[in-house]
Design a binder for this molecule. Structure first.
Ligand SMILES: Cc1cc2nc3c(=O)[nH]c(=O)nc-3n(C[C@H](O)[C@H](O)[C@H](O)COP(=O)(O)OP(=O)(O)OC[C@H]3O[C@@H](n4cnc5c(N)ncnc54)[C@H](O)[C@@H]3O)c2cc1C
Length: 422
């Protein structure tokens, strides 16, 4: 056993989930090695739109994200960088049930001290002169929301992690998880063996394959996501400090970007990916899509419902990437009962950037103390363990796909609410 390749914790996967976890563990004095298949931050993380919306359908989830924004601000101090752009955000309602949703969310948010209130439509129009408002019935405003560039968050996690002794290995896919007597002992890679009695699976869309290496059935699916970014248009100027928008009725979210507008969609349909068919050197940033793709056409149509000046001739770029969905749209954080020392940190269902700061704290708590002060009932990794209806990949993919299809369609506070507010 080489001392050099021995750590207290090995984190597999260098996206925001793994990097945040590694940083938190190192800040608490643990020796951590991050092993990344390709380049750090180049998986789902590198494709994200970077919205940081704190409002969720439950107080536990909202509280976690409120803490997350504070952690990002502390990170800015530690890494000596400006990351967070606090633009505020709006949730808009154009149907009576969406109005009720806003009423419920404002009440819930206020009950935990989250800065949120209703906003008159005339004020919405003032804040967003480039947005159609004549069909809106209500809106709520969250002034402490905002966005960031995911690459800047990645750099900050790495900078602070490195200062605290984290070792990062890129181009280092793990090929085996070593287990003796039901306990994890390390991993094998093409660059040699690494040893630790704690291993974290933070491999995003690949996480079900990595779990499989430890004979663990992790119910996640890899689903494609799309957003557009318009070029600056002097007829429809977008102030860089304009609030983000969530319009769940039209299934879209939006934020300002470099004088243009990002608009993304959680549509009813999308493309499923089998990560086992992807080459080990595959680069997600090379994913391209065509303007005549049906999913892009659906995105442009949905964007046009709220921003009528956007159409198929509007100068824009399309970004696409893969998200990791779970059957209930919530992540998996913690251990499964079958392998001691193997933790999972994945399944962020489109919200891994915003969740990563607090998730790193939660993972470090669970790994070092076996418990956390956060209410993690909804995100425990073992909540579907050995469920017969989630045994096969076909069953799992179908459940995750259905969750994605209804992600923005559902109304928060209804019986099937899933806390998805991008
Ligand atoms: C288009 C798009 C827009 C998005 N917008 C937002 C947003 O606005 N806000 C938000 O909060 N979230 C957003 N998300 C979701 C967010 O990007 C993800 O939830 C988050 O990046 C997940 O991070 P992760 O670390 O779990 O996964 P990843 O970033 O995918 O990291 C996993 C890493 O594991 C590595 N890996 C895989 N297999 C192995 C192996 N065998 N050995 C070693 N390493 C391995 C991969 O190479 C990868 O780098 C968006 C996602 C997409 C695709």
């Amino acid at each position: 056993m080489t001392q050099e390749n021995t750590a207290d914790v090995i984190v597999i996967g260098g996206g925001v989930a793994g990097l945040s976890t590694a940083m938190q563990l190192a800040q608490r004095g643990r020796r951590v090695i991050v092993l990344e298949r390709e380049q750090l931050g180049n998986g789902s993380t590198g494709r994200a739109a970077g919205l940081l919306g704190q409002l969720r359908g439950t107080s536990a989830a909202t509280q976690m994200l409120m803490d997350g924004v504070e952690i990002v601000k502390e990170l800015e101090q530690l890494a000596d960088v400006d990351i967070f752009v606090q633009t505020g955000s709006l949730l808009v309602a154009e149907t009576p049930e969406r109005v009720q949703e806003i009423v419920n969310l404002v009440k819930m948010g206020k009950s935990i001290g989250f800065d949120i209130d209703h906003l008159a439509i005339s004020e919405v129009a003032e804040k967003l002169p480039y947005m159609k408002v004549d069909d809106l019935l209500d809106a709520c405003y969250c002034p402490t929301d905002g966005h960031l560039q995911p690459a800047e968050l990645v750099s900050a996690y790495i900078k602070v992690g490195r200062e605290n002794g984290v070792r990062y290995e890129s181009n280092c896919p793990i090929t085996e998880i070593c287990i003796q007597n039901g306990r994890v002992t390390g991993v094998k890679t093409e660059q040699g063996d690494f040893f630790a009695d704690c291993v974290v699976n933070a491999t995003g869309p690949w996480s079900y394959l990595v779990a499989d290496l430890a004979d663990t059935n992790l119910p996640t699916a890899a689903l494609q996501h799309y957003y557009l970014t318009t070029r600056p248009d002097e007829n429809h100027p977008v102030d860089r400090m304009s609030p983000a928008i969530r319009d769940r009725h039209h299934r879209i979210y939006s934020r300002p970007e470099s004088g243009g507008l990002i608009v993304g969609i959680y549509g009813e349909e999308t493309v499923e990916h089998d990560m086992e068919s992807v080459a080990v050197t595959w680069d997600m940033s090379a994913m391209k899509t065509r303007r005549d793709d049906i999913f892009v056409a659906t995105l442009i149509y949905a964007a046009q419902q709220r921003f009528p000046w956007i159409n198929e001739r509007t100068p824009m770029t399309i970004t696409t990437g893969i998200m990791t969905f779970t059957p209930d749209g919530k992540p998996f954080c913690g251990k499964m009962p079958n392998v001691e020392g193997l933790f999972h940190c994945t399944g962020f269902s489109g919200h891994g950037i915003v969740q990563s700061p607090a998730i790193g704290v939660i993972m470090a708590d669970l790994i070092l103390d076996g418990k956390t002060n956060y209410d993690i009932t909804a995100i425990q990794a073992d909540r579907f363990f050995d469920l017969p209806e989630l045994e096969t990949r076909t069953q799992i993919k179908s459940k995750c796909y259905d969750m994605h299809a209804g992600y923005y369609g559902r109304v928060e506070g209804s019986s099937d609410s899933n806390s998805s507010n991008a």
